[in-house]
Design a protein around this ligand. Structure first.
Ligand SMILES: Cc1ncc(COP(=O)(O)O)c(C=O)c1O
Length: 391
């Protein structure tokens, strides 16, 4: 396979790349031609048919199937949601805090995850935060110390949305082992990695995995997923529910609640139909190119970016070790918002968080994008030298 030629073809499906060096896939992936066509097909179907519920329910299952493939899971273990938050909320609603009252939450969670667990305080939860060490990693020992016999759930992020640091698979497995040994469940947020590397939920040993389709999965806002380990589903009864969470969505029974035996019990109401058109098309782009190929491409690009930033004496906040980072590199800036604005004026799109600018790399980026970014950063006067005191 001529990988470069294939990636060139892939890039050509994203017209934005013609003018913009786009590094904001960790916020919202670029719109591919296939995804645009799918969204237009939704509008055409609406005009032509009015409503096409049969096709829409089949579409939801097509998205479920593709997500299962990406996660190394069964279709019946996947709930299709409208956001990652919806999935986490459904899981939280199924946790009985009277039996075990602690939610152990890493300090590298996206706010939504921490906030949802804090929202359970009125249901008796106590949130225990797991802090990072000086080297910005969260050592296994910190999780080991926080998880005890009172822990109901442990919330982890695969790749931290702030600086791109990654919990390696071995550490996730070990945290899950410790949690299970002590009777706790583990929920993994893989939103900042899914689509850029293979994720095998079973091999990771976690109980839930959550994310959404609008970033590296190239879909649109309004789509998310929740994977639930099948052996667990029947033991969990989310108190968030709805007709699409019932065993029979056509039951129309107002006198009973009969949750689906599958992970669909973690869903609620009408599926996010327009977003599912985009989600399926985005997932097809990812699956057609192949996650292994994307992982190689993204690793090559982030490696190149780190090496070029080092040559330009620009400090980064992301681990240099290929095994300890996801698709995003964070670069501390004197004024991160001003830097993002300055880059946009040069058709280079990044985002800012926590005093860093974030550059997320996808398979549609190329080496020329990396050069544009590094040169613009070097010119900006906003970055810190590698020996300067940062943060
Ligand atoms: C790691 C991570 N988790 C969760 C979310 C929030 O997802 P949603 O808005 O679909 O609930 C984001 C969004 O940026 C994220 O990066």
């Amino acid at each position: 396979m001529t990988a470069e030629a294939d990636f060139g073809q892939f890039r050509a499906q994203f017209p934005t790349t013609e003018t913009i060096a786009y590094f904001n896939s960790g916020s919202y992936g670029l719109l591919g031609n296939g995804v645009r066509a799918a969204m237009e097909a939704y509008l055409a179907d609406r005009i032509a048919k009015g409503a096409d519920w049969g096709a829409w329910v089949a579409l939801e299952d097509a998205v479920r199937q593709r997500m299962a493939t990406l996660l190394g899971a069964h279709m019946h273990e996947v709930a299709v949601t409208a956001s990652a938050s919806a999935g986490i909320n459904a899981v939280a609603s199924s946790v009985d805090f009277s039996a075990r009252h602690k939610a152990v939450v890493s300090n590298y969670e996206f706010p939504t995850s921490a906030q949802i667990w804090h929202a359970q305080e009125k249901r008796g939860a106590e949130v225990v935060h797991v802090a990072e060490a000086e080297d910005r990693t969260i050592p296994l020992a910190h999780f080991d110390a926080a998880i005890d016999q009172d822990t109901a759930i442990v919330a982890l992020s695969h790749v931290c949305y702030r600086h791109g640091g990654k919990l390696p698979a071995g550490q996730i497995r070990e945290i899950a082992r410790i949690a299970h040994e002590r009777g706790a469940l583990v929920i993994l947020d893989c939103y900042q990695s899914i689509g850029t590397e293979p994720i095998d939920v079973r091999a990771l040993g976690v109980d839930f995995c959550v994310g959404g389709m609008l970033k590296y999965l190239l879909g649109s806002a309004g789509s998310g997923f929740l994977w639930v380990r099948d052996a667990l589903t029947s033991a969990l009864a989310p108190s968030t529910s709805g007709w699409f969470a019932q065993a029979d969505t056509n039951a129309m029974d107002i006198f009973a609640h009969d949750p689906s035996p599958s992970a669909r019990r973690f869903q609620g109401g009408t599926p996010p139909v327009p977003s599912l058109y985009a989600a399926k098309a985005g997932l097809d782009l990812i699956l057609d190119l192949g996650v292994d190929a994307i992982e190689g491409r993204v690793r090559m690009l982030t490696r190149l970016a780190l090496d070029r930033l080092a040559q330009a004496d620009i400090a980064v906040a992301t681990p240099d070790d290929d095994a300890l980072r996801g698709p995003m590199i964070a670069i501390p800036a004197r004024d991160d918002d001003a830097l993002v604005t300055g880059l946009i004026a040069q058709n280079i799109v990044t985002s800012s968080r926590d005093g860093n600018i974030r550059a997320g790399f996808h398979a549609y980026n190329d080496k020329a994008d990396v050069e544009r970014l590094v040169e613009a950063l070097a010119r900006s006067g906003q970055c810190f030298g590698r020996r300067e005191l940062v943060g």
